[in-house]
Write a protein that binds this ligand. Structure first.
Ligand SMILES: Nc1ncnc2c1ncn2[C@@H]1O[C@H](COP(=O)(O)OP(=O)(O)O)[C@@H](O)[C@H]1O
Ligand SMILES: Cc1ncc(COP(=O)(O)OP(=O)(O)O)c(N)n1
Length: 288
């Protein structure tokens, strides 16, 4: 049995965080373990409370699991503070496991899930250890310090993040407008591809980033190559958005059952064209 770990915050509403990650692992046939960094009191309308875990207890959760079980891939989500980021980095120091860092900063409702001063710790300690970094556009701007207004800016921001030591950067395009949802993928060796699905018009998008990074982690734990794991994760999140469960009165959760139910049947267009010539509407996409 392949084992994965999520190091993230709990979402009491079940659509994001630890809950989304474990549901995704389960649907993909991977045994899920977890280290909880914070509890949130949250529903589809927003986050009403945050209770941080003690950094030493986050470290203990990771180390107790890892000394007993062969965890093949790890993802991080909400890490909340510099102290928790340092504890996580310390716990993973001698481990060879692949690491997906989803640099969760702000929830859809506007609540801050990462303290402002923790960004430096994220960049200096955790990113050099990461296999893949999965920022959305606003997170990519904060981490890279580059304002993203065009596809050229995306590349500049990705290069700035690759220079921090991460092996692969996926800049997610959920926050753009345009008829397609385009994510761009950059590697240390200079190679690149973009992946594109039809943008779905919906408010049922709570936890899309968590679900995408959890699916990527699950495919890596199963031994998929990095490129195929990324593409399958895109299919998983697309189908989860496309077949909503319609729960709650705000941004509802995505449907983690859809990928398995539909046997992963989803069209993704892959392009290695850096000039985005095949992504005709991308240059016109507007940022939120
Ligand atoms: N409306 C949508 N239609 C199709 N795909 C989407 C939509 N919104 C987000 N996605 C996809 O979901 C994944 C998560 O992206 P995003 O929503 O930007 O992350 P985050 O939750 O971190 O803000 C990406 O693969 C993105 O392209
Ligand atoms: C506990 C917790 N972790 C992460 C998030 C944010 O998840 P994300 O996938 O980025 O989704 P949205 O906030 O954009 O819906 C969260 N809300 N709670």
């Amino acid at each position: 049995m392949n084992i994965a770990m999520t190091i993230a915050g709990s979402d009491s509403g079940g659509g994001a965080g630890i809950q989304a990650d474990l549901k995704t692992f389960q649907e993909l046939g991977v045994f899920g373990t977890s280290a909880i960094t914070a509890l949130t009191a949250q529903n589809t309308l927003g986050v009403e409370g945050i209770f941080s875990a003690d950094p030493s207890f986050v470290q203990q959760q990771i180390e107790v699991v890892m000394k007993d079980m062969p965890v093949k891939a790890v993802k991080t989500g909400m890490l909340f503070s510099a102290e928790i980021i340092e504890a996580v980095t310390h716990s993973l120091r001698d481990k060879e496991t692949q690491l997906v860092v989803d640099p969760v900063m702000i929830a859809k409702g506007g609540a801050s899930l990462l303290q402002h001063e923790a960004v430096t710790a994220l960049k200096k300690t955790l990113l050099p250890r990461a296999t893949v970094l999965t920022p959305n556009i606003p997170e990519a701007e904060v981490i890279s310090g580059i304002e993203i207004k065009s596809p050229k800016d995306l590349e500049k921001a990705a290069n700035a993040m690759l220079a921090m030591g991460v092996s692969c950067v996926i800049i997610k395009g959920g926050h753009l407008e345009g008829k397609d949802a385009v994510d761009t993928v950059y590697f240390q060796d200079g190679s690149f591809f973009s992946m594109q699905t039809k943008r779905i018009s919906t408010v049922q998008t709570h936890g899309t980033g968590c679900t995408f990074s959890a699916a990527l982690t699950a495919f890596l734990a199963q031994g998929f190559s990095l490129k195929s794991a990324i593409i399958e994760a895109k299919k998983f999140v697309h189908l989860a958005i496309q077949h909503p469960l319609n729960i709650g009165n705000g941004h509802g959760p995505t449907n983690h059952f859809a990928y398995k139910k539909l046997s992963g049947n989803c069209e993704v267009t892959i392009s290695e064209e850096r000039e985005f010539s095949s992504l005709s509407d991308y240059g016109h996409a507007k940022l939120h």
